[in-house]
Ligand binder design. Structure first.
Ligand SMILES: [Zn+2]
Ligand SMILES: [Zn+2]
Length: 558
């Protein structure tokens, strides 16, 4: 049962935290805070489709609750530019229509998407400086510099009349991040000194002991590993990891190689990064067309598609299907990336294709050429020590992550840790923290050019068609007897091979003819006959091949 009004009321007299996406999953982050009847939402991210959502690649949280708030939703704030934090702005802003705040790099990344969607003039996208602050109704917001795997990652300090929240965003404590400052320990400690009511904190790596490691170590390792090879070298990395791209470029230069970018998103991100002042000492990249004339040992490709995504540069190269780039016997492919859970099968299949081509593969398991952008347990412990929140509220994790994180926070001495998942509204103050209601949440999928609800039967129907195939039957019934009517037509799709289909269709047609003859005699209605035929088609297919297709019957009265 959803209780929007209860939640809205609780935020009138108190301070409410309400995750709409990202709590109980990793992806499509969207966290709302309500106070004195006003609300802000932090993040507006996407997640990606899989085999359970055929035809749908991009998924957002359902912002129904926020939509209902109207003008009481004061702003959307984005902590950094990863897709799981800002990728849905272009899709969902038209429903929310509030100002959007971000630092320059994030804003520029959002702007390219808004331009594609024709929304660039409509969306009030406001840039805040790094460490910038803004007052919005009862909320005083301040960006606090942290480190992560993309330029300009921010935690968000939220001061309200009911107390202070630290919303960490995605973070780690990289002692030498190479781009941008280290995490602002001083500001974080000062927050703690002033008293933090609740810390809403990244849970991604709560199962990882120790530290996440530093980008500077990766830079060193990349340089060493690139130096091992005498033929082409390709490196797969996430397009948004600008510092990693810089490190790869330095490794290439150290070994006399020129760098070509392969994949559109790499061009998009590096151009935005240069506009924002990053990559200033990195020479211009070559296009994949430019490097054809270079000897094999003078080139290094940076490629998108480390997750084995269909259609991305690496998948195409692995299938010898890329217009300009070939990897072959003696070449090397480095994965400066991690396997995102759920993508393993696609990644391993792609790596196997490269192995078959004779390409040597180096992953983060073989050499320290990747570090995570999220805090391992020692870093979590340090942040808890600096911030000393009264309440820990884990986010950015599956249920297992949230439960483990809450236990860890308690073990670190945090008095109260609350597991709050999508749709549950936690009143943080006044009084003891308490779940005060549950709002409508869900997932929307980008299906063609519009968003569709993923839990209202459409996907079930599409999956059934995918797994069971389709049968169509058109048949005519006469108003005055059946003399001279066209014979029924049966079409099968995705059900049987061509040879098999002929026999199957013949059997179905014979059965349909028997039913229509009987229907005429017994003066059966159109609907009734259609249903009888539908059942018969499924029965015949089930008997002959053991499959029951999704079946559509059209009956025409002539
Ligand atoms: Zn991130
Ligand atoms: Zn994230």
């Amino acid at each position: 049962m959803s209780t929007h009004q209860t939640v809205i009321d609780a935020a009138r007299d108190g301070l409410v935290y309400l995750p709409i996406g990202g709590a109980g999953e990793i992806g499509m982050n969207m966290y709302a805070y309500g106070c004195q009847g006003k609300w802000i939402v932090v993040e507006c991210g996407v997640t990606f489709g899989d085999e359970t959502t055929p035809g749908i690649d991009v998924i957002t949280a359902d912002p129904a609750f926020l939509e209902d708030l109207g003008d009481d939703l004061l702003a959307m704030v984005l902590t950094h530019a990863h897709e799981d934090h800002q990728g849905a702005v272009a899709y969902l802003w038209p429903r929310l229509r509030c100002p959007v705040y971000a630092t320059a790099f994030t804003a520029a990344m959002v702007r390219t998407r808004l331009a594609e969607a024709g929304l660039i003039d409509a969306v009030p996208l406001k840039e805040l400086p790094v460490q910038g602050a803004i007052e919005l109704g009862p909320f005083r917001l301040r960006f606090i510099t942290v480190t992560h795997s993309i330029p300009e990652p921010n935690a968000l300090a939220i001061d309200t009349p009911h107390g202070r929240i630290l919303h960490t965003g995605d973070w780690k404590l990289d002692p030498d991040p190479l781009i941008g400052a280290t995490a602002d320990e001083k500001a974080l400690r000062e927050l703690g000194d002033g008293g933090v009511l609740a810390m809403v904190c990244d849970s991604t790596n709560v199962f990882v002991d120790g530290d996440s490691g530093s980008e500077s170590d990766v830079r060193e390792a990349l340089c060493e590993v690139v130096g091992r090879f005498r033929h082409r070298v390709a490196v797969a990395c996430f397009a948004s990891n600008v510092v990693r791209i810089e490190s790869i470029a330095k490794a290439a230069a150290a070994h006399g190689r020129q760098v070509a970018l392969v994949g559109r998103s790499l061009w998009r991100v590096t151009e935005i990064a240069r506009d924002c002042g990053y990559l200033a000492h990195t020479p211009p990249f070559l296009t994949e067309h430019d490097v054809g004339f270079l000897p094999r040992d003078k080139v290094l490709f940076i490629c998108t598609g480390s997750q084995g995504e269909r259609g991305a540069a690496l998948a195409r190269i692995s299938q010898n299907d890329h217009a300009n780039v070939v990897l072959e016997e003696g070449d090397a492919l480095l994965f400066s990336s991690r396997d995102i859970p759920g993508n393993e099968r696609a990644i391993y299949a792609m790596q196997d294709r490269f192995a078959a081509l004779g390409v040597e593969i180096v992953t983060g398991r073989d050499a320290p050429i990747h570090v995570s952008g999220h805090p391992a347990r020692d870093e979590l412990a340090r942040l808890y020590d600096w911030v000393r929140p009264s309440i820990s509220v884990p986010m950015h994790g599956t249920h297992r992550h949230l439960i483990e994180h809450a236990a860890f926070a308690r073990a670190l001495g945090v008095a109260d840790a609350r597991i709050v998942t999508n749709g549950a509204a936690l009143r943080l103050a006044p009084g003891q923290p308490k779940i005060v209601g549950q709002v409508t949440v869900g997932r929307l999928g980008l299906d063609g050019k519009r968003l569709v609800a993923l839990d209202d039967g459409l996907m079930t129907q599409r999956r059934r068609m995918n797994y069971s195939g389709l049968a169509f039957v058109s048949l005519a019934l006469g108003v005055h007897g059946d003399g001279g009517l066209p014979a029924p037509r049966v079409t099968l799709r995705g059900l049987a091979s061509e040879q098999e289909a002929a026999g199957l269709v013949a059997e179905i047609e014979a059965e349909v003819a028997r039913i229509t003859a009987r229907a005429a005699k017994r003066k059966r209605g159109t609907e009734e006959t259609a249903e009888e035929v539908r059942r018969a088609v499924r029965r015949v297919c089930g008997r002959l091949i053991g499959k029951k297709p999704v079946t559509e019957v059209h009956v025409f009265r002539l």
